[in-house]
Design a protein around this ligand. Structure first.
Ligand code: SF4
Length: 389
């Protein structure tokens, strides 16, 4: 993936798409926080931090351990790091007994996207989301669709240092109605996300998190008051699949989805169907039943087609019929809003009223053709859940 970085003020380009020019910074800028500004050698992680001063910001969610070690409590990986070591996410380092975020303010990608591309289908239809990412991820999905930035250390990709205030200003100037933390894994730039989200909500922007949901309950609960909508990329219902193909575990993600749902923050779930790996009928039916029984029938569930990528580039794309079959199974299990993505079929593009079956938001791919909702109510009187204004 090409990495994009923000200019202070974005230039409008083309049909409403705003892109920043590529600006690879030769040297990182020291940002803030209690972390020292000089880079120390990395030890034990197998990675070498650059010699130049880096962007450092004291991390949240960690505890000191005897002997200068730290324990990161942000995600279920629960890294214990000796001095100089970097966590599995590649962006949190023990520097002299303090856990520091190396990705705070380090933007590797920024675009203004249709909100449907996240995908959110029940959030401000037809609006644009100012979308950004830093490097790093706390999972290791073999099928990652954004591996160039998610599986990189901050010094391995072009980034630009952008303050939270500059991000919000750029989002407002772009005409976006929301800021989306996306592309890589926002959990691992938690501190940056939180600071941006607070400012964004104060300026009237919605905040959207697009995440794999591999986060511990306590930091998740602390983040949720600053989030309007959460999209969870659920990888597959088989726990063995989770362990073998993502490097994570399934159950913490199930728990995270329940916490989000109980909080009242809007939730949508996406399942990327990887050819022959997690796309069997049993897997799909088990996921649909779990969503129905634990989250509710009105949580949107999206099935998305895998394209050969990263370490599974040898696999063929998911057959279109497999994606459509998954949608039919989820509907059979009682889910009311089931969508499909990345396929040349409009069968799962539009939102229908559960009461009458009528199309209430008509889409073609990521584009909204017609929105018949009035204050979230369909023409047949059925209220459709979501964030509509
Ligand atoms: S956020 Fe990073 S450092 Fe912290 S536990 Fe997870 S992988 Fe490890």
């Amino acid at each position: 993936m090409t990495s994009f970085a923000l200019r202070p003020v974005l230039a409008k380009a083309g049909a409403g798409l705003f892109l920043a020019a590529v600006v690879g910074t030769a040297a990182w800028l020291v940002f803030s926080g209690g972390c020292p500004s000089a880079a120390g050698p990395s030890a034990g992680s197998g990675a070498s931090a650059p010699d130049a001063a880096g962007s450092r910001h004291e991390a949240l969610w960690w505890t000191p351990l005897p002997g200068g070690e730290v324990h990161c409590t942000l995600c279920p990986n629960a890294c214990r790091l000796g001095d100089g070591q970097i966590g599995l996410c590649r962006v949190r380092q023990n520097i002299g007994g303090t856990l520091c975020s190396l990705s705070y303010g380090q933007i590797a990608a920024a675009h203004v996207d249709p909100v449907e591309k996240k995908p959110f289908y029940h959030v401000l239809p037809g609006s644009r989301a100012f979308s950004l990412a830093t490097p790093g991820c706390n999972l290791r999905c073999l099928f990652c669709q954004n591996w160039e930035i998610s599986q990189s250390y901050p010094w391995e990709v072009a980034t630009r240092t952008v303050s939270p205030e500059e991000v919000v200003e750029a989002a407002l100037q772009s005409g976006a109605e929301s800021i989306a933390f996306t592309y890589s894994e926002p959990t691992i730039f938690y501190e940056y996300m939180l600071d941006i989200a607070r400012l964004a909500q104060a300026r009237g922007l919605k905040t959207l998190v697009v995440s794999a949901g591999y986060i511990n309950p306590e930091p998740l609960r602390a983040l949720l008051p600053h989030v309007d909508a959460y999209k969870i990329d659920f990888k597959g219902f088989d726990p063995v699949f989770y362990e073998n193909l993502t490097g994570g575990a399934r159950d913490p993600v199930l728990e995270a989805m329940k916490i989000i749902r109980e909080s009242g923050v809007w939730l949508e779930v996406v399942n990327l169907l990887v050819t022959g790996q997690n796309d069997g009928e049993d897997d799909v039916r088990a996921l649909a039943r779990w969503v129905r029984d634990n989250l509710g029938t009105d949580v949107p569930l999206h099935f998305s087609r895998f394209h050969p990528m990263h370490k599974l580039a040898n696999l063929p794309p998911t057959p279109v019929e497999t994606v459509l079959r998954a949608r039919r199974i989820a509907l059979e299990e009682g889910l009311q809003y089931v969508y499909t993505g990345n396929i040349p079929s409009d069968e799962g593009d539009s939102t229908r009223s559960p009461r009458s079956g009528e199309i209430v938001i008509e889409r073609k791919g990521y584009h909204v053709i017609r929105n018949r909702l009035v204050d979230g109510v369909a023409p047949d009187g059925d209220p459709i859940p979501g964030i509509w204004k």
